[in-house]
Design a binder for this molecule. Structure first.
Ligand code: NDP
Length: 313
């Protein structure tokens, strides 16, 4: 029997920040259309669009995330290694939003895979975030050349932390198909999510297919290839024809493939642009055009998880 697949559903309630008719920099924002949610295999739901904070400098994080929450984002993606969880927490506290209206993800630092370190640092993350639980805790990288190649023990520890109620759901990031097969075979515990690099230059189909095979939802990191798609003549042609921007067309491509995205921006007008995705659709031909831009391994903007073994100082 094939595993249950994550299911995309429209929200029944529009998000609070989605006021009708706001405009900024010529982009229509928050048309009142709701952000769809994906139902994960543990029956929890996650907004399909969120906001990422990689490389948001810690002193600017509170203001940046506060702006993102004002724009309407309700799903925040941070990590211990980004060094900005405290700023995310300050923005959450200042927002006055109900805890249940937010979805918050953090990820385990590469230096803390040993069980005692993982336990201790999730408590520290929660303190910085001002939360008593996160919605999702991920192993950030598998690091197959570190810790004697034992990411299985680390995975068991995350499951234990879920059982202790410190994270509602647990998952992984940058896990290749063989890494997924191994943790599932050795523990019987299937991550709800695998967060991997995906954008038109690196569609990462093998890893997406492995996720689907296990019933794991796919999150696409660097969804607009760190901004590179803005200068792509092929994507610009599609965008111009539809009266949209290259970032909007690219994010729409992800959403229609069923993946979860959280573009990062420090600029309010781009946050609004990246949020205005729910009143248009790409046709099959345009989806295929974006998918044809893949460049194989050369398309990656980040490291290959099979060889990446970096541990912060
Ligand atoms: P993105 O693909 O989201 O691109 C962000 C870059 O694009 C920034 O330089 C931003 O600049 C620029 N940008 C944003 N919006 C637009 C726009 N509309 N038009 C043109 N340029 C734009 O890259 P990220 O690497 O930040 O990926 C998103 C998130 O994914 C991260 O923030 C993080 O949460 C997660 N991630 C996870 C990884 C993992 O290993 N699990 C690895 C990398 C990322 P500006 O800020 O100036 O607007």
């Amino acid at each position: 029997m094939s595993p249950p697949q994550p299911v995309a559903q429209p929200l029944t309630q529009p998000l609070a920040g989605a006021a009708a008719g706001n405009t900024s920099a010529g982009v229509v924002v928050g048309t009142g259309m709701a952000i769809p949610t994906i139902t994960l295999h543990d029956q929890t739901t996650i907004p399909q669009l969120g906001f990422g904070v990689f490389q948001v400098p810690p002193p600017e994080t509170e203001a940046t995330v506060s702006t993102a929450l004002e724009v309407g984002y309700r799903h925040l993606d941070t990590a211990q290694m980004y060094g900005n969880e405290a700023g995310v927490g300050a923005a959450i506290a200042a927002s006055g939003l109900a805890r249940d209206d937010l979805y918050v993800t953090t990820k385990l630092n590469n230096g803390f895979h040993r069980p005692d370190d993982a336990r201790r640092t999730l408590h520290e993350s929660l303190e910085r975030l001002g939360l008593d639980r996160v919605d999702l805790f991920l192993i950030h990288w598998p690091l197959p050349d570190q810790y004697d190649g034992d990411f299985v023990t680390t995975w068991r520890t995350l499951v234990e932390l879920r059982e202790a109620g410190l994270s509602t759901s647990v998952g992984v990031s940058n896990f290749q198909p063989a890494h997924l097969d191994r943790i599932v075979a050795e523990t019987g515990e299937v991550p709800v999510i695998n967060q991997i690099e995906i954008h038109p230059y690196f569609p990462n189909e093998d890893a997406r297919a492995a996720n689907a095979r296990h019933g794991i939802a796919t999150e696409a990191w660097s969804p607009i290839a760190r901004g590179k798609i803005a200068d792509d003549p092929t994507i610009r042609e599609v965008a111009d024809r539809l009266g949209r921007t290259p970032a909007q067309v690219t994010l729409r491509w992800h959403l229609q493939r069923g993946d979860i995205v959280f573009p990062k921006s420090m600029k309010r007008e781009r946050m609004e642009e990246n949020f205005a995705l729910f009143d248009f659709e790409l046709g099959e031909a345009d989806l295929a055009t974006l998918s044809s831009l893949g460049r194989g391994e050369e398309g990656r903007t980040g490291p290959n998880p099979d060889t990446f073994n970096w541990i912060p100082e």
